[in-house]
Design a protein around this ligand. Structure first.
Ligand code: SAM
Ligand code: SF4
Length: 367
């Protein structure tokens, strides 16, 4: 297959003719089938804490949002979510949270050790920019993957919307390289349609995914939140209107499709943010444009409204069981199958290895 040049990417990102777009999605779907197969992996999401010390200009969890009630799950609640993941047949749990200093390194490590010793689940962490020592400790405890979106490869825009916590700390691109060096499967990603984001920077995002050789790539629409400076318009990064990327679902499908073509073996989720802007078909259309992962929510329903990254989030009132049934139904309705096992990069090998390592009663549970 011929390599896509920057010009190809820019043309495709600006394309709006329906027949050309269907051809792009069809090509990405074929690349997906050939490289990662028909399995759609289910990663059970546990939103562990809504506390956050950061001031990201786009996110409803930012510390400056004083109106948001905050919670931090108890260890027993997180372990019950992991048991539920096993009962529902998932291969992975994702523990995600704001950058919360109350989630101490040792506490997270103990939970990771518990999940790894009691289940055959893969453990993904998404806890923000944490220190090297913490990331190393969690990897030693058995964490398999780490998700840290770099949000945009445009450095000026990133700094405008994501104030540093410490002067001279590593940026997210450096952290992603460090995560790989520590032996994590590393996941990055971007929001699409951030005010100030240009088409050219989106093309650069795709080349950045490839340069970092990411194992997972999350792409979702930017959704304005009224309790944030970017959402109210108090922060308005300057840009020529012709260059501004829209935060439309079509833009997200184009990004998913191009990313699949450029990074054929990556795990790419069809995100909850996409399901939020098209509640009926968003997830399925993402899967048909090149995605191969979905993230059913395991968080206890009583906490869901407090993890308000953006408004009107999809599926916040559905129980874990309903979410599981709904997503499996959507997967089958488009002729795909739910993945078995952890479904890491190079999925077949990983399944075989994890199953071989797991105690027999856990293999039984996993099936
Ligand atoms: N605190 C961790 C971090 O920042 O990586 C993990 C949680 S954070 C809520 C997860 C992701 O939510 C971010 O990487 C960002 O891409 C996404 N997000 C935050 N605000 C958003 C918004 N307004 N619209 C769409 N996605 C958003
Ligand atoms: Fe906190 Fe992550 Fe939201 Fe930034 S994106 S405010 S780090 S939860």
């Amino acid at each position: 297959m011929t390599e896509l040049t920057k010009l190809d990417l820019l043309d495709a990102l600006r394309e709006s003719r329906p027949d050309r777009l269907q051809a792009l999605y069809g090509r990405a779907d074929a690349v997906r089938k050939e490289n990662v197969g028909d399995a759609v992996h289910l990663r059970g999401l546990i939103e562990v804490s809504s506390h956050c010390v950061r001031q990201c200009m786009y996110c409803g969890l930012r510390q400056g949002n004083r109106d948001l009630p905050r919670y931090r799950m108890a260890r027993e609640e997180i372990e019950e979510c992991a048991r539920q993941a096993v009962r529902l047949g998932y291969g992975t749990v994702v523990m995600q949270a704001g950058e919360d200093d109350g989630l101490t390194a040792e506490w997270i490590a103990e939970i990771v050790r518990w999940i790894k010793s009691e289940t055959a689940l893969a453990v993904t962490l998404s806890l923000g920019e944490r220190s090297q020592a913490e990331l190393r400790m969690w990897r030693s405890a058995g964490a398999d993957r780490y998700l840290l979106r770099f949000e945009t490869s445009d450095k000026n825009l990133f700094h405008a919307i994501h104030p540093d916590r410490y002067a001279n700390g590593p940026d997210r691109l450096t952290l992603l390289k460090q995560l790989k060096d520590l032996g994590y499967e590393a996941g990055g990603g971007v929001m699409v349609g951030i005010p100030g984001q240009s088409f050219e920077s989106l093309a650069n995002d795709i080349f950045t995914f490839r340069a970092l050789d990411l194992d997972m790539i999350g792409i979702g629409p930017y959704i304005a939140h009224a309790a944030t400076p970017l959402g109210t318009g108090a922060l308005r990064p300057a840009i020529d209107p012709f260059e501004q990327v829209p935060n439309s679902e079509e833009m997200v499908y184009k990004m998913i499709a191009l990313t699949r073509i450029v990074c054929p073996t990556a795990n790419i989720p069809s995100t909850t943010a996409l399901a939020t802007i098209n509640k009926v078909d968003g997830r399925k259309l993402g899967l048909k444009a090149g995605a191969n992962v979905v993230m059913p929510n395991l968080t206890p329903v009583k906490y869901r409204s407090m993890y308000e990254i953006y408004p009107a989030k999809a599926c916040i009132e559905e129980s874990a069981t309903d979410c599981n049934q709904c997503l499996r139904g959507q997967i089958h309705s488009i002729g795909r199958v739910a993945g078995q096992g952890p479904g890491g990069k190079g999925a077949m090998e990983t399944v075989a290895r994890v199953m071989a390592d797991a105690p027999p009663h856990l293999v039984q549970l996993q099936r």
